[in-house]
Design a protein around this ligand. Structure first.
Ligand SMILES: Cc1cc2nc3c(=O)[nH]c(=O)nc-3n(C[C@H](O)[C@H](O)[C@H](O)COP(=O)(O)O)c2cc1C
Length: 277
């Protein structure tokens, strides 16, 4: 498993999530639609229609009778987020909150000695060329564009060199420099030796928020981005990542949670469904 990190320095747009939302509305005025639906639970069925029988068996198949996969999904449903937002204000990204404004949540995470803009990465998924002829290259390009780390499977159908190139050369150079910076200063507060990267069953922004609140440092997205790859190649993967991040941002914003940092997003923002009634 190899991780390619996005080049965070090259992208200057302060809020690509809001920009994508605005673009979708603007295009909608001209009767142009996004590549496919924003509803994550519909992606699987749509992608299944487009896949060969072999690819379907490979991607949609679960171990045994699928009991663990089902329980993973059900576990998310047992938790709800507690909304704490009282005031309304114009959403603002970054900077200082002025009167009548509410800052959009900070989604950045400090992990492996780096600051990444979002708390998600693409999970390792093998042999992606059976889903799309551009396979890992298209998925890695979309991940780099969206500033999301891409974890390359050891069973990749593209070489590590090609995928690193798909992530643009700036990423490699940036990575080399950042490696030296990535050693945390001695005695740094909150220094953590183990990072928890959670995956299995993440299908919405709320799932990401809940997993982080329960202790994950980062969430990996597996099948959903593969569905994006099937449905729209590079654009499809970008659409999936943007949809999930937009949903995460909205979920936190509407719940009054200001960042994904553990001081803000922790078990205190969750309630167990069976304790509600
Ligand atoms: C088609 C497919 C291929 C996978 N290949 C790998 C792999 O090569 N290496 C690996 O560590 N995990 C692999 N996984 C596991 C994923 O990284 C991830 O853990 C799993 O898909 C659960 O996340 P999800 O529910 O978001 O799909 C694969 C999963 C799928 C569906």
């Amino acid at each position: 498993m190899t991780t390619t990190r996005p080049n965070t320095e090259k992208h200057s747009d302060p809020d690509p999530i809001v920009a994508y939302e605005a673009e979708v509305y603007q295009r909608g005025l001209r009767y142009q639609r996004p590549p496919f639906t924003f509803k994550p639970l519909e992606w699987e069925a749509l992608a299944a229609e487009r896949m060969s029988a072999d690819a379907r068996g490979y991607v949609l198949g679960c171990a045994g009778a699928g009991e663990t996969a089902r329980k993973n999904r059900e576990a998310f449903g047992r938790w709800s987020m507690v909304a704490r937002r009282l005031g309304l204000g114009k959403p603002r990204r970054g900077g200082k909150e002025e009167r009548g404004e509410v800052l959009l949540p900070d989604l950045s995470v400090d992990i492996f000695g780096e600051k990444l803009p979002y708390p998600i990465a693409c999970a390792p998924v093998g042999v992606q060329k059976i889903m799309n002829p551009d396979g890992e290259m298209a998925a890695a390009r979309a991940a780099a564009r969206e500033r999301v780390p891409f974890i390359l499977s050891t069973a990749s159908s593209a070489s590590i060199e090609d995928v690193a190139k798909a992530n643009d050369s700036g990423a490699e150079q940036g990575q080399g420099r950042r490696k030296a910076e990535s050693v945390p200063p001695r005695g740094e507060k909150n220094r953590r030796k183990v990072h928890v990267l959670f995956d299995s069953g993440i299908r919405s922004g709320a799932d990401i928020a809940k997993a982080l609140a329960l202790g994950a440092d980062m969430c990996l997205i597996g099948r959903p981005y593969v569905y994006g790859l099937v449905l729209g190649g590079e654009e499809g993967v970008a659409h999936v990542l943007r949809s999930l991040l937009g949903d995460l941002e909205l979920t936190l914003h509407l719940s009054g949670i200001r960042s994904v940092a553990p001081e803000e997003l922790n078990e205190s923002v969750l309630v167990k469904e069976d304790e509600l009634f």
